[in-house]
Design a protein around this ligand. Structure first.
Ligand code: SF4
Length: 257
C-alpha cells in the first residue's frame, strides 16, 4: 500500500474501547454473567478496590489519543515519548514479561493521576449504542474487589475516579474520527493508495500510519507552520490536534480537485 511516510512513532485509534483483540483480554471483554446489565449514569453502583492489583496484570490496556495527552502531562513527556517508551504496539500500554502493566508498583498504580480511561472506570465498561451511553459491569477477577452496598450511582463513581473529563476527551476524539470518516469519500481512498481498503480502514489505519494520532508531534508541526502559540492544557491540545487533522484531510481532498 503506497502511503506517505513519517518519522513519528505509530499510534492507532481505539475506536471502540470495548472491542479489542480476542486473544487477549481488555477491560470490558467480560461482563457479569448472562444478560448484560445495562447501567446508566443514574443507576445505583459502587465499588471498593481491594488493591490486589490483579486487574493490572490480567488485561491489555488500550490507550486513546486523549489518554496519551493525559499520560504526557502526568509523566512530563511529549506524547511522542510516551508512545515510544510506554506503548508496546501503538495501541496498548506495554506489559512486563509476567503480564503486569509496566506502571504497576508493588501495590498501586505508579501513574494514578494519569491512568487511562479504562483503568479509571474499572470494573465498568462504557458503551455507546445509537448515541446512547450505557455501562456494563465486568465479571470481577476473583478476589479482586468487592462491590459495596450504598446509595451511590455510576455518575458518583465516575466523579470519584476522575473519569468524567477522560470520557469527554475520548468522546471528542471519537466524534472527530467519525467526522473525518464521513469526509473520506471514494476519491480520497484512491488518493491514499488504499483502493481496496474500506473507508473505515482508511480512517483508522491511514491516519495512524502517517503518525497523525501522535498529538504532540502533529500539534508541533501544525503550530510551527501556522506560527501560532502551542496550546497549554490537555483539552486545548486536543482541539488543536483536531484542527491539524482536519487541515490534513483538507489537503488530501484538495489534491483531488
Ligand atoms: S495504568 Fe495503572 S491502573 Fe492501569 S493497568 Fe497500569 S498500573 Fe493498573
Amino acid at each position: 500500500m503506497a502511503r506517505g511516510g513519517s518519522d513519528y512513532p505509530m499510534v492507532k485509534m481505539p475506536t471502540d474501547l470495548l472491542q479489542e483483540p480476542a486473544d487477549e483480554a481488555t477491560p470490558g471483554d467480560e461482563v457479569a454473567s448472562g444478560e448484560q446489565r445495562r447501567l446508566t449514569r443514574d443507576s445505583a453502583f459502587s465499588y471498593q478496590c481491594q488493591r490486589c492489583t490483579r486487574c493490572c496484570s490480567e488485561y491489555l490496556i488500550p490507550v486513546s489519543p486523549f489518554d496519551l495527552l493525559v499520560l504526557g502531562q502526568t509523566l512530563q513527556l511529549s506524547t511522542t515519548e510516551v508512545i515510544r517508551r510506554h506503548l508496546g504496539d501503538g495501541l496498548h500500554l506495554r506489559r512486563r514479561d509476567d503480564g503486569s502493566c509496566e506502571f504497576l508498583n508493588e501495590h498501586e498504580c505508579g501513574i494514578h493521576a494519569g491512568r487511562p480511561l479504562v483503568c479509571r472506570i474499572y470494573p465498568l465498561g462504557r458503551n455507546v449504542t445509537d448515541g446512547q451511553e450505557w455501562f456494563s459491569i465486568m465479571k470481577p477477577i476473583m478476589n479482586s474487589a468487592e462491590e459495596s452496598a450504598s446509595n451511590l450511582t455510576v455518575q458518583d463513581y465516575l466523579v470519584q475516579q476522575g473519569a468524567v473529563a477522560s470520557i469527554a476527551g475520548v468522546e471528542f476524539y471519537l466524534d472527530l474520527h467519525a467526522q473525518l470518516l464521513r469526509r473520506v469519500e471514494d476519491g480520497a481512498v484512491e488518493l491514499l493508495g488504499t483502493v481496496d481498503a474500506s473507508v473505515d480502514e482508511l480512517g483508522t489505519a491511514g491516519i495512524s500510519e502517517l503518525g497523525l494520532l501522535d498529538p504532540d508531534a502533529t500539534i508541533e508541526d501544525y503550530c510551527s507552520r501556522h506560527e501560532i502559540a502551542r496550546p497549554g492544557d490537555v483539552m486545548e491540545k486536543a482541539r488543536c490536534h483536531a484542527l491539524a487533522l482536519q487541515e490534513w484531510l483538507d489537503r488530501q481532498l484538495g489534491q483531488l480537485t
